[in-house]
Design a protein around this ligand. Structure first.
Ligand code: F6P
Length: 569
């Protein structure tokens, strides 16, 4: 697909949205009071997710116009182009097929793209990951001294880290006490040093996860881990200090996930223990590929397949549901409304689930690496603002930190609230606090009461008259007044199961895609990270003491490097 993208800002729907915006007055109190059917009409389901859009700053007309816009930028055709493997990643001339990683087994006709039987290859690799996971879990896979694996260390960064660590934290209740996974990503040596400090090398397995197997951080950490393994095994008398013994140790304690299997072998990892995927899976879309090997080990292949099935449920919804009820489409379009018409710069994601504490970080890569672009897929400049800053923390922690700004600040911060009806750890407060909390209170209910209360407070606020009616001194009334009309989307599911987690991730993947389509950008490349990587390698000699390299730096960088060289202990 090399034709130019439709310029959304020139479409009739965009013009209508501009007009609509000029006469738009957010009035969530009034809208809810006048329209008892609002919550029902603006709530939708996808899979197990209930998605309530009714507390957004949008009317029926807003939604109608946004859906018209989606048609005028050819969203349905672009969705189909993605699912069928057209090269919609134009700047890298690649198909975008993360959805193929989770197609239902046995789907007919099978998906063949660019001559590759995608379904067959995906199934084969998934089986290989599953078999390996079972070997580790059963103890059949053993380290060089014959001991079973007790700790898996995933070494990767970006998409080769954020997805696995997010899912690992979210699904911990599905794990086993005798099998832990740790994640090393940062080239700051502290990361590897701390994560390995208390490990037994004989029971440790490293998974080097890197799509390219060329990422500086990951390869550096992998080399450090290899040296750590050799040194510790030798110190424990488990291996000799010779080439063959070291080679055997690497083969027993290292596996890899990559699209570059030749480089894996050059590192010393047995190619039989390398799990592959393909260039049509972007790093930030890869947690459902072999990049999730650490998850299959931690939770078992069945749980991993349930996760994939959850993704697929939302894929099917996205592909087949009319835009008027299509949840990812509507959420993506609302984000366009906020970004391009209501002037929002950021978007908060606030899971009321401690298990999702890495979800906002995961979404930051997904959304911002995808849509942080200033040119469209044909290289022409964008014609409007693009990707928002995504951020967030689990509730209720955020309530005691940054919610103040969302409630009473001058900026509009659309926020997604996510909660689950059933807790992973049902706990009861047997004693209570003698005031607000009764003896025997279900703590999850207290938690959820906060979730419900926050979106209410944000939507409906508190008027000055209501504040006065509480007997507040007049000089404090304005400080204690809440304007309301702060937009939120509420997402609820029965429980945080593997399938539900897959559904949530797929939801945000497709929201991101929808926004990219409206803006005409390639949401699947990431050229913006290249310059910093190149410059780091250029500056490195100056840092290490090369005065000629130092002299070539700009004055600020030179001074900073000099400070480092002077103060390095
Ligand atoms: O630096 C950006 C990036 O390319 C991400 O897109 C990717 O997820 C990450 O680096 C890691 O890349 P790799 O898996 O090839 O090591």
């Amino acid at each position: 697909m090399t034709t130019s993208p439709v310029d959304a800002t020139t479409t009739p729907a965009w013009g209508e949205l501009l007009r609509h915006h000029q006469e738009f007055r957010g009035d969530l109190r009034g809208w809810f009071a006048a329209d008892p059917g609002r919550a029902e009409r603006f709530s939708h389901t996808t899979g197990d997710l209930l998605v309530d859009l009714s507390k957004n700053l949008a009317t029926d007309e807003t939604f109608d116009l946004l859906v018209r816009l989606a048609h005028e930028v050819d969203l349905p055709e672009r969705i189909e182009a993605m699912f069928t493997g057209e090269h919609i990643n134009v700047t890298e001339d690649r198909a975008v097929l993360h959805t193929a990683l989770r197609r239902a087994p046995g789907t007919q006709p099978s998906l063949v793209v660019d001559g590759q039987d995608v379904d067959a290859d995906v199934a084969r690799e998934l089986d290989k990951v599953g078999a390996f996971a079972e070997q580790v879990r059963s103890g059949e896979w053993s380290g060089v001294t014959g001991k079973p694996v007790r700790t898996v260390v995933n070494i990767g960064i970006g998409g080769s880290d954020l997805g696995p660590v997010m899912v690992y934290e979210a699904l911990k209740p599905y794990g086993r006490e005798d099998l832990e996974v740790r994640f090393v990503s940062n080239i700051d040596p502290t990361d590897l040093a701390q994560k390995t400090a208390d490990l037994d090398p004989e029971t440790t397995l490293f998974i080097v996860a890197s799509k390219t197997f060329g990422t500086l951080e990951t390869l550096t950490n992998a080399r450090l881990a290899r040296a750590w393994l050799w040194e510790r095994l030798h110190a424990a008398g488990a291996i000799e200090d010779d080439h063959d013994a070291k080679q055997a140790a690497v083969r027993a304690h290292f596996v890899a996930v990559s699209t570059a299997l030749d480089k894996v072998e050059a590192f010393g990892i047995d190619p039989a223990n390398a799990f592959g995927f393909w260039d049509w899976v972007g790093g930030r879309y890869s947690v459902d590929s072999a990049i999730g090997t650490s998850l299959a080990v931690a939770f078992g292949p069945e749980v991993f397949r349930e996760l994939l099935a959850g993704f697929h449920t939302v894929d099917e919804h996205f592909r087949t549901t009319p835009l008027e009820r299509n949840v990812p489409a509507l959420m993506g379009l609302l984000n366009v409304w906020y970004t391009n018409f209501l002037g929002a710069h950021t978007h908060a994601v606030l899971p009321y689930a401690q298990q999702l504490h890495r979800f906002p970080a995961y979404l930051q890569q997904l959304t911002m690496e995808s849509n942080g672009k200033s040119v469209r897929w044909d290289g022409s400049p964008v014609t409007t603002q693009t990707g928002e800053v995504f951020w967030g923390e689990p509730g209720t922690n955020g309530q005691h930190a940054f919610y103040q700004l969302i409630h009473q600040g001058t900026r509009t911060v659309p926020a997604d609230f996510i909660a689950f009806a059933t807790p992973a750890y049902p706990l009861v407060d047997a004693v209570g606090d003698g005031k607000a909390v009764a003896p025997g209170a279900d703590v999850h209910e207290l938690f959820l009461a906060n979730f419900f209360a926050q979106t209410k407070a944000l939507a409906f606020g508190k008027t000055a008259d209501e504040v006065r009616a509480e007997g507040t001194a007049e000089e404090l009334v304005s400080a204690r007044t809440f304007s309301g009309n702060r937009p939120t989307t509420s997402i609820m599911a029965p429980a945080l199961t593997p399938s539900v987690l897959g559904q949530l991730v797929a939801l945000y993947e497709h929201i991101t895609f929808v926004q990219g389509v409206v803006w005409g950008i390639d949401s699947f490349d990431q050229w913006g990270v290249e310059l910093g990587k190149k410059l780091a390698l250029e500056v490195a000699p100056a840092v290490s003491g090369d005065d000629a390299a130092l002299a070539e730096q700009d004055s600020s960088t030179r001074r900073l490097v000099e400070f480092y060289r002077t103060h390095r202990a």
